[in-house]
Write a protein that binds this ligand. Structure first.
Ligand SMILES: O=P(O)(O)OC[C@H]1O[C@](O)(CO)[C@@H](O)[C@@H]1O
Length: 226
């Protein structure tokens, strides 16, 4: 499983990229607004992220009709070769995805919650599909079970004929809120987990690692003073 960072914060992206584990970034309108982003700077900001990250960078269209989404998608894709256009899973989004995919523009279908939505996204030509985990948990449904169902269903078919350039569709576990979500996403076989910075940090931490490190350092002091 690959790690994407789920943020629009350049400092977080630079820091995570320096760890050597970052394979891509996903942004969304909420994440951009959280860093105080302005509409007029949006394209420049995505360009900056694309320069930092050696991998796909998802930038979301907020348009609601197929024509507008396609227009947005073309503009976003022109920012950098590693831009992936994020499109909501809805009828207009499917139609736009079909068009963008036919032009060789990779699409990440977002706000995907169910198996039928995921299969339709794949049929329309999505290169990435983002089933949400945490938002199911928020409404007391098992987000990880839903993720598992999507992975299993997509795995039942060969969608390479419908994605950009005949590439393999990748499932991005999205709306990930904890290291437990990350672990389970990997066990379920998600291709990618897109993870907020704080959660990514938690993924490398464990109290037994800290305790073991303390003990090693104390014992090494004894060696140094012997
Ligand atoms: O439910 P949350 O934590 O807001 O996460 C929303 C998810 O939607 C996405 O836009 C899907 O890619 C991600 O940025 C994020 O993982």
């Amino acid at each position: 499983m690959k790690f994407f960072l789920d943020t629009a914060d350049l400092k977080e992206i630079e820091e995570a990229a320096s760890w050597g584990v970052l394979a891509g970034v996903t942004t969304n309108p909420t994440l951009y607004s959280r860093i105080g982003g302005k509409l007029s700077d949006f394209h420049a900001h995505i360009k900056r992220i694309c320069e930092i990250v050696d991998g796909p960078v998802s930038a979301e269209s907020v348009a609601m009709t197929r024509d507008e989404i396609v227009r947005d998608g073309r503009e976003l894709a022109a920012i950098a070769p590693n831009v992936v256009v994020k499109v909501p899973t809805m009828i207009e989004g499917l139609a736009a995805t079909k068009q963008l995919a036919s032009e060789g523009i990779p699409v990440n279908m977002t706000l995907c919650f169910t198996v039928p939505q995921a299969i339709m996204a794949a049929r329309a030509g999505a290169r990435y599909i983002s089933p949400f985990v945490g938002r199911f948990d928020d409404i007391s449904e098992a987000g990880l079970d839903q993720l598992g169902d999507v992975i299993e269903a997509i795995g039942n078919y060969d969608f390479t004929d419908s994605t950009v350039g005949g590439e393999q569709i990748e499932i991005i576990a999205a709306s990930v809120r904890s290291a437990h979500h990350v672990a389970q996403a990997a066990l379920l076989g998600a291709d990618i987990a897109t993870v907020p910075f704080a959660t990514l940090k938690k993924c490398v931490q464990h109290p037994l690692t800290d305790r073991g490190l303390d003990a090693f350092l104390k014992d090494w002091e004894k060696v140094a003073n012997a």
